[in-house]
Structures are given as structure tokens and as C-alpha cells.
Design a binder for this molecule. Structure first.
Ligand SMILES: Nc1ncnc2c1ncn2[C@@H]1O[C@H](COP(=O)(O)OP(=O)(O)O)[C@@H](O)[C@H]1O
Ligand SMILES: [Mg+2]
Length: 364
């Protein structure tokens, strides 16, 4: 794009040259020498006048316009008014343009300031609410410990005596409901800690083969009972520096989900890992119902559950995958899913091998 100053000087330069050239031509071709000289002097005056006029116009019009354009560009970049009251001009329209721009800029600046204040206030309120609900969850968790303790004592007749059949049934029901409640409160607490950036992570050396074998050992009784095959697929044994308990928690959530969505008798769940440059990529695969492309985008959000007949039968809060995402991202990694409906689902997560400065991240 051609700047206004260059255009102005180009036009006036060409005009001055033509006038001066005509003066010379007149001088050289005129019969009367005096007329030729007068026309030449006249053309020199006009050409010089045109050039001087252009310099004047450039000073009083193009310079302020250039400065205004510069101020506007700065403003659009930083939303801050710079170079206020710097434009001096006698041209009414430019003066008004500048005045209007400055007053508009001041209004925008004030609006942005107010908006930032509101955002900060909302953030503070949100944080206070989160802290309050976190405290409530904690208070809810505390009495569950003695409840569970006494129920377990009631289940052992050598401790609190014999119970009849109906009493045993009732105590067993109290026990399983209390365990579910404890798990739910635990999940809510973990999610709140992740949102507040207060979830602590450890770092220790982990031999991946040992980690995966212990997970297989933990889940085999459950999968055997449900007639599901649980496999381990490991390509290389590696060591990583990370948080063993948190990785266990992620595997536990993913395997529990996988078990829920495969068919008893033909269900296969495979866990494993592969090295992936400076990361180790873990996976949990199942041959269950699968997840549609649309739902794959949503399942890592808090409280998101897919409404199907299978999922309606199972209990759950929709927090498991959100917690997995928060933990993995807090450990410096990534989690994602690949799935084909009615064929298979694989959850992948990769974790850096080396220790890193860990911070808990809020999930969506
Ligand atoms: N392996 C899987 N196969 C099919 N659907 C799954 C699988 N894992 C998770 N999902 C879907 O993702 C939803 C969210 O999972 P999650 O966050 O663990 O919550 P929850 O297990 O409490 O329902 C589940 O309700 C389920 O519909
Ligand atoms: Mg789950």
C-alpha cells in the first residue's frame, strides 16, 4: 500500500516538473525574449510554490494522519492509549478525528479495566466456593471412617456377636453403600483438589514391569469372577520417575471402566506400554461397546456419562476420566482415547520418563 505522503509528493513533484518544463519550452520557443523570460520565472515560482505547498500540506495533514494511524495500531495491539495529546493540527477534521479516537480509547480502557476487575472477582468467588465445597467433602469423608469400621466389625461375628440372616443382609447392604459413598466423596475431593491446583504428586523411580504386574495381580480376582480375560502386553521394560500411586489410580479407573463395558465370557482387557521417545505410552484396551466419535470429545469432562442401557445399569459419577486427565496432565503427560463402536476402545496416556517440576492442573 502506498503511504499518503509518498502519493502527495509524487503528484506534486510530477506537476512541478511539468510546469517547470513548460516554462523552459516557452522560453526556448518564444519569439519575444522578454515574454519567454517572464513565463520561465513564472513557471519557476509556480513549481516552487507547488513543492512548498506540498511540504506544508504534508506537515499539517499527512503527519498528523500518520501519527493517528500509528496510535490506532498501538491501541488495537495493547488496548492502551499511547501518545495522547501528541497530535497538533489546524485541520478541523483531523482534530475532531483525533479527539473522538482519544475519547473512544479512554472509554474502551475503562471498560476493559472494569471487566478485568469483574473477572478477578468472579475468580475469587469461584475459588472461595471451591474451597468451601472442598471443606464440606472433607467433613463428609471423616465420619465414613468409623461407620465403615463398625460395619466391618458387625460383619465379623467373633467381634460383636452373631447376627441373624436379615441383619447380615442389612449390614452387607450398609457396607457396600458406604464403600460407594466413600469412593464418590473421594473422587469429588480429588477433583476439587485438581481444580484448586492442590493435588500433591510424588516422584519416585518406578520399574514399569513391576507396576503393570502389580496392577494385573490386583485386578485378576475381579476379572476371573466376571469371566473376563486380563492380559499384559509389554514391549520394553523401562524405568520412569513419576507418581506410582497416581498412575495406579489412573489404571484403576480405566480398567474398572473397561470391565464394565465388556461382555462376561468373551470380554478381553489388555493393558501395556511402549517407549515413545522421552515418554512411556501406556494403554488400556477392551473389546466392549465402544464410544462414538461425538462422545469421545466429551468423556473427559467432569460428570459426563454416556446414556446407554449398559451405563444406566452401572454406578458411577462421571468423574473417573476427568480425574485421570487431571492427574496425567499434572504429571506432565497426555491422555486420549481411540474407539470403534462395538469393536474396541483403547485409552492411551503418556508420561515423561524423567522427573519434572510438577504442578496440578485444573480439568475442564
Ligand atoms: N472403556 C469404555 N468403553 C465404553 N465407554 C466408556 C469406557 N470408559 C468410559 N466410558 C464412558 O465414559 C463415561 C465417563 O467415564 P468415567 O469418567 O470413568 O465415569 P463413570 O465411570 O463414573 O461413569 C462413562 O460413563 C462411559 O459411558
Ligand atoms: Mg469410571
Amino acid at each position: 500500500m502506498l503511504p499518503i505522503k509518498h502519493t502527495l509528493f509524487l503528484v506534486s513533484g510530477v506537476s512541478s516538473f511539468i510546469i517547470f518544463y513548460m516554462g523552459i519550452v516557452n522560453y526556448l520557443t518564444s519569439v519575444e525574449g522578454v515574454t519567454g523570460v517572464i513565463l520561465l520565472i513564472f513557471s519557476v515560482f509556480v513549481a516552487t510554490g507547488t513543492l512548498l505547498g506540498t511540504v506544508y500540506i504534508s506537515r499539517s495533514i499527512t503527519k498528523p494522519i500518520e501519527k493517528l494511524a500509528q496510535n490506532m495500531t498501538e491501541f488495537s495491539k495493547h488496548n492502551k492509549m499511547t501518545g495522547k495529546n501528541q497530535i497538533k493540527t489546524n485541520v478541523k477534521e483531523i482534530f475532531e478525528l483525533n479527539e473522538n479516537f482519544e475519547s473512544m480509547g479512554e472509554k474502551v480502557e475503562t471498560t476493559i479495566e472494569v471487566q478485568n476487575e469483574y473477572v478477578q472477582k468472579l475468580k475469587d468467588m469461584d475459588r472461595k466456593k471451591l474451597e468451601f465445597s472442598s471443606m464440606v467433602s472433607h467433613e463428609l469423608k471423616t465420619p465414613l471412617v468409623p461407620i465403615l469400621g463398625y460395619v466391618q466389625m458387625l460383619q465379623k461375628k467373633e467381634l460383636l456377636g452373631d447376627l441373624n440372616e436379615k441383619q447380615t443382609e442389612a449390614v452387607n447392604e450398609i457396607y457396600s453403600s458406604t464403600v460407594k459413598l466413600q469412593r464418590l466423596v473421594g473422587d469429588i475431593l480429588t477433583t476439587q483438589k485438581l481444580d484448586l491446583g492442590k493435588l500433591d504428586f510424588n516422584q519416585e523411580e518406578i520399574k514399569v514391569s513391576e507396576l503393570l504386574e502389580s496392577i494385573i495381580k490386583e485386578f485378576t480376582p475381579i476379572t476371573e469372577e466376571k469371566k473376563i480375560l486380563l492380559n499384559l502386553e509389554m514391549f520394553e521394560d523401562v524405568k520412569i520417575f513419576s507418581d506410582r500411586d497416581r498412575i495406579n489410580q489412573v489404571f484403576s479407573n480405566l480398567i474398572k471402566n473397561a470391565i464394565d463395558f465388556v461382555t462376561s465370557g468373551s470380554g478381553v482387557v489388555t493393558i501395556g506400554c511402549r517407549e515413545d521417545k522421552e515418554f512411556v505410552k501406556f494403554f488400556v484396551q477392551d473389546n466392549g461397546v465402544g464410544i462414538s466419535d461425538e462422545n469421545q470429545k466429551e468423556i473427559f469432562k467432569k460428570f459426563y456419562q454416556i446414556d446407554t442401557s449398559t451405563s444406566r445399569k452401572r454406578s458411577g459419577s462421571g468423574l473417573g476420566l476427568a480425574i485421570c486427565k487431571g492427574i496425567i496432565e499434572g504429571l506432565g503427560g497426555q491422555i486420549w482415547v481411540k474407539s470403534e463402536e462395538k469393536v474396541q476402545t483403547t485409552f492411551f496416556f503418556k508420561i515423561p520418563k524423567k522427573p519434572l517440576t510438577i504442578t496440578a492442573k485444573a480439568t475442564e
